[in-house]
Write a protein of this length. Structure first.
Length: 475
């Protein structure tokens, strides 16, 4: 009776989809086992048929007189969708040791997390060579001689979230043909209206990319507000060049683009929604747009979903262990980081201080001597300190409704695409249920209310004589 009770505590459902290229796409959907039938029907998560992946795969191999190939589970992003959190969790020593007991070799972050130029090498015939493949093979060979059978692999790198055709060919040739892995790609879905401002902030907040020098010096640029960046992209077929931000198309649903790219070089693709993660506190699926959800639940939830829902081919006792110890027991002592600190390791930065400093620099609020004396970051820090010490609130300028409507519509299409994959067996059926649409709209409203698309209105700010005096007295 106890075994039966434990087995039904949680129901793991999975959609099995075969696309036109013969690629199997699976999306795990966990429905709490202790909810009523009515509550299950009302869930924003779609129902799906239960599918025993390992059993079916092993049976197919047995019919052909072959041993079932080991898995290579590769998390390919997308960027700005929890990748940093997931990678920091997975590379913890205690967790990698537990994964090894479950017949999964975790490929080191330093090996996998490289720019494409370090992963692929162009050969004389124009084809690409996957230099990463030899590194992986050597690493695995150092571990596997003591093993009775081949182990599965797990790795992560958002740098490879959208391989082109030649990169895909090289990946398939090495890992699927030569090394004979069952290639499983894991992609994280993030709603477009959350992804866009996060990308905008990410590429401006890193000083090595922009903001180290005054605009025009050493190729540095002025930080655009989100509204300016989006408008620039809108006017140039989606891409804003010269902004300091890589050429993200503001109209593309990145998870969909990644999905289409990986179809040619994988056996299966699995989607995990960033918007419904598994809480280690409640052991049920929760909506991370809920303000009552703790940071720790969001962090651990994404990692739990990845470990518990994507890793087949092993006993996966890691799932049970990590779910129970997600309060930090698995953290390496030497790291000394709690889950909340891991979550905040890649949070957004307030760009408004830099926007004000550069506006003052470019509009005559600095003397010639001050321009020679002060570096950009010195002034930005002074502005931030003045802001904090005097409890100042910036006047904000937000996009017009027409722009917001456009972002909403693109994001809604992305949501429809996601559910067409996980719920409608990739048949191209669009439209959300009433509950799914309501869930989407709640998240949209929260994003707009948080002024996520807004930036400081510098013209209004400099109508205040206090700011003019601040820059004149800067010494």
């Amino acid at each position: 009776f106890l075994l039966l009770a434990f087995s039904v505590f949680q129901i793991y459902n999975e959609v099995k989809i075969v696309n036109e290229n013969g690629v199997t796409t699976r999306t795990h959907l966990r429905i709490p086992g202790n909810v009523t039938v009515q509550e299950k029907k009302q869930s924003v998560l779609p129902d799906a048929e239960e599918y025993q992946d390992d059993h079916d795969r092993a049976s197919e191999a047995e019919k052909e007189g072959k041993e079932a190939p080991p898995y290579f589970v590769f998390h390919a992003g997308i960027p700005k969708a929890g990748s940093t959190t997931l990678q920091k969790d997975l590379k913890q020593t205690k967790l990698t040791e537990q994964l090894l007991q479950d017949r999964y070799i975790f490929l080191p972050h330093e090996m996998m997390h490289q720019q494409k130029s370090a992963i692929f090498q162009k050969e004389e015939d124009g084809l690409l060579k996957l230099s990463l493949a030899s590194s992986v093979q050597k690493y695995v060979e150092n571990i596997e001689p003591s093993l009775v059978e081949r182990y599965n692999l797990v790795g992560s790198s958002e740098y490879l979230f959208k391989p082109n055709e030649r990169e895909c060919q090289a990946w398939s040739k090495e890992f699927m043909e030569k090394q004979s892995y069952h290639m499983k790609i894991v992609l994280i879905y993030r709603r477009h209206h959350g992804f866009l401002p996060s990308v905008h902030n990410q590429y401006y907040k890193v000083l090595e990319r922009v903001g180290k020098y005054w605009p025009g010096i050493n190729g540095d640029v002025r930080i655009m507000s989100f509204e300016e960046w989006y408008e620039c992209g809108r006017e140039h077929e989606g891409q804003c060049r010269g902004s300091g931000i890589p050429n993200w198309n503001v109209f593309d649903i990145q998870t969909e683009k990644s999905y289409q790219s990986w179809k040619q070089c994988s056996h299966e693709i699995q989607l995990i929604s960033l918007h419904h993660v598994h809480s280690s506190d409640s052991k049920v699926k929760v909506d991370n747009t809920n303000s009552n959800l703790s940071d720790r639940a969001i962090v651990n939830g994404l990692t739990i979903d990845f470990i518990c829902d994507t890793l087949q081919g092993g006993r996966n006792e890691t799932c049970q262990h990590y779910s129970q110890k997600a309060d930090g027991e698995f953290s390496d002592v030497e790291e000394g980081k709690t889950a909340t600190r891991r979550l905040k390791a890649n949070t957004s930065k307030d760009l408004n201080h830099d926007i004000i400093a550069v506006y003052a620099y470019q509009n005559g609020y600095f003397t010639t001597e001050q321009k020679r004396k002060f570096e950009r970051q010195d002034v930005v820090k002074a502005v931030e300190q003045h802001f904090l010490n005097n409890d100042i609130s910036y006047q904000l300028k937000c996009p017009e409704q027409s722009m917001l409507d456009e972002i909403y519509n693109v994001s809604l299409k992305g949501e429809e695409w996601y559910f067409s994959i996980v719920e409608n067996n990739n048949q191209g059926k669009n439209g959300l249920t009433e509950i799914q649409l309501e869930d989407f709209n709640v998240d949209w409203k929260k994003t707009v209310d948080a002024k996520t698309f807004c930036a400081v209105d510098v013209e209004e700010v400099f109508k205040n004589q206090q700011w003019k005096g601040f820059f004149r007295n800067l010494v």
